[in-house]
Design a protein around this ligand. Structure first.
Ligand code: NAD
Ligand code: GLU
Length: 429
């Protein structure tokens, strides 16, 4: 057993389950399966760099608040650090560290030349004005100026952030270095070098992986009953694309609760309703209100947790009735719950595969920017689909070859590629 790295604990994750310990357990399982040596496991268990900065901000009412911002760079063995920026009250250094590690395996699994990183600030963005959020984002970026860059570390959106925050980050970085540097972030607006298709990319990737998994069961998306937790960047796009492909979206939710319709929700109408109501789906007329706890345990073919970590736990796993769980969120199923689902023969499509469409199109955005040549959306979607389908089949093949569940198969591919590169580069001290 390797000694796991110590990181300061400042607050617990939602279900008091440490996401970093869980990420290390998955890494350890992959290392065991691959028979990696202890030194390699030790190196891969530690983030390469952990940065915490203070972000002083004068609020609109004149008060001064000092926020903590993190950026964890787990690995740059395969290329520049890559990963999102999260604004959420439950952000902790251990959570960001876990998410950074997942990014390393995700990029390696998809065969894109990046390492892994993640950033975050423990705030509820809904409690701040747009002006305050801009000041917070700009100061956070300025504090990280030496740690990020198009060949160093490339942030992107995650929970609570979007193209708007990426534009502020790009502008702050560019002003600091003295010239425009669009490649410092991905997921930015198209007007400043963003890619067509990025906004829907993670949801599109989820739809593709679910479609492939159903095809292996001799089924199509037509009429498949789907339940989705989370209706943001990822859940909202997945709902829309699955609906367009003929699936029946029985239920969706946000942090404020969920909606259920036995015959399927009218997703275009719901999206229009949310757009008119500041992203709230509460009160949508053609559905019944349900809680998030009820939503997760609804009978369905495909359950898509697309919100936060630790949503399917030991407490509710026995009530999960889906045949497929597609992890659109990062880490939505705990280690123990994962064991139970796999034991019951439920197909768990792991996060590092199922939600990789976002970082794949981030990579395509970076490539387009570096080559000063921008593609139409059809080409972006085609290139992304190719990489997603290829990774899916590699995971299935690995699972069959090693006789292991899909998560361990995906991890052995991702971790194995990073370990191989580490050995080839000769980074041992
Ligand atoms: N944005 C991306 O490109 C991307 C890519 C890959 C993975 N992810 C992962 O997908 C997940 C969602 O990210 P996002 O970008 O859609 O965030 P987002 O902020 O756009 O949306 C999050 C959604 O989850 C809902 N939510 C929050 N707490 C909830 C709860 N307890 N129960 C139910 N719903 C809840 C919110 O109301 C919102 O609808 C995260 O795990 C993120 O790391 C995001
Ligand atoms: N935050 C997203 C996207 C990262 C990126 O595009 O760099 C993820 O978890 O995969």
């Amino acid at each position: 057993m390797v000694s796991m790295p110590t990181l300061p604990l400042e607050g617990a994750s939602p279900a008091h389950i440490c996401p970093f310990d869980q990420a290390c357990s998955y890494l350890e399982a992959a290392a065991k399966e691959l028979r990696l040596d202890q030194g390699t496991l030790e190196i891969l268990s530690h983030p390469r760099k952990v940065v915490t900065v203070s972000i002083p901000v004068r609020l609109d009412n004149g008060d001064i608040r000092v926020l903590a911002g993190h950026r964890v760079q787990h690995s740059d063995i395969l290329g520049p650090y890559k990963g999102g920026t999260r604004y959420h009250p439950a952000v902790t250094l251990r959570e960001v560290s876990a998410l950074a590690m997942l990014m390393t395996w995700k990029c390696a699994l998809l065969g894109i030349p990046y390492g892994g990183a993640k950033g975050g600030i423990a705030i509820n963005p809904q409690h701040y004005s747009v002006g305050e959020l801009e000041k917070i984002t700009r100061r956070y970026t300025s504090e990280l100026i030496k740690d990020i860059g198009p060949a160093v570390d490339i942030p992107a959106p995650d929970v609570g952030t979007s193209a708007r925050e990426m534009a502020w980050m790009m502008d702050t970085y560019s002003v600091n270095v003295g010239h425009a540097v669009p490649g410092v972030v991905t997921g930015k607006p198209i007007s400043i070098g963003g890619s067509r298709g990025r906004e829907m990319a993670t949801g599109r990737g989820v739809m593709i992986i679910v479609r492939e998994a159903l095809a292996d069961m001799g089924r199509t998306l037509e009429g498949v009953k789907v339940v989705i937790q989370g209706f943001g960047n990822v859940g909202g796009a997945a709902a829309e694309l699955l609906y367009q492909a003929g699936a029946k979206i029985l239920a969706v939710s946000t942090g404020a609760g969920g909606l259920f319709a036995a015959d399927g929700l009218d997703i275009p109408a719901l999206k229009a309703y949310a757009a008119e109501n500041h992203r709230s789906i509460v009160g949508f007329p053609q559905a019944v209100a349900i809680s998030n706890a009820e939503l997760l345990t609804l009978p369905c073919d495909v359950l898509i947790p697309a919100a936060l970590e630790n949503q399917i736990t030991e407490e509710n796993v026995d009530q999960i009735q889906a045949q497929i769980v597609a992890e659109a969120a990062n880490g939505p199923v705990t280690l123990e719950a994962n064991r139970v689902l796999e034991g019951r023969g439920v197909t768990v499509l792991p996060d590092i595969l199922a939600n990789a469409g976002g970082v794949v199109v981030s990579y395509l955005e970076w490539v387009q920017g570096l080559s000063y040549l921008f593609w139409d959306e059809e080409r972006v979607n085609r290139e992304m689909e190719h990489l997603m389908v290829q990774a899916y089949h590699q995971v299935i093949k690995q699972s069959q070859m090693r006789q292991v569940p899909l998560r361990l198969a995906a991890y052995t591919l991702g971790v194995g590629r990073v370990a191989q590169a580490l050995s080839d580069r000769g980074l041992y001290p």
